[in-house]
Design a binder for this molecule. Sequence first.
Ligand code: SF4
Length: 130
Amino acid sequence: MADVVTETKSMTCIICPMGCTMEVTTEDDGVQKKVVKIVDNNCPRGPEYVKKELLNPTRTLTTTIEVTGGKQVLVPVKTKGEVPKAQLMNCMQVIRRACVAAPVKHGDILIHDILGSGVNVIACADVEKL
Ligand code: SF4
């Protein structure tokens, strides 16, 4: 049976401007990491943030997609929801290979269910036809 590694570190909550710095203790048995203690948060959202950030971090991805036949050659896009942080680089590769034809409307879904994440990539601006 593997040893359990206990670690305590500071984490700053970014959910609101208070920016509470919490002391977070985790245990890792080599199979699973658990958050076992959190102190110095000023509300329950702090521990929720810490657990998500340590155990299942996700991010909204913002970037651009190439447009053909439009007044602009790129359209700003973002994921409509968060994708696992570990998948961000793979998502970027999919988006870099993508190309859409003008016109593009703000809110159009340009990539459905990127990498099976259940999250769509949507346009954040209009691009008119040339
Ligand atoms: S723990 Fe609560 S009060 Fe503190 S920064 Fe996070 S959301 Fe704000």
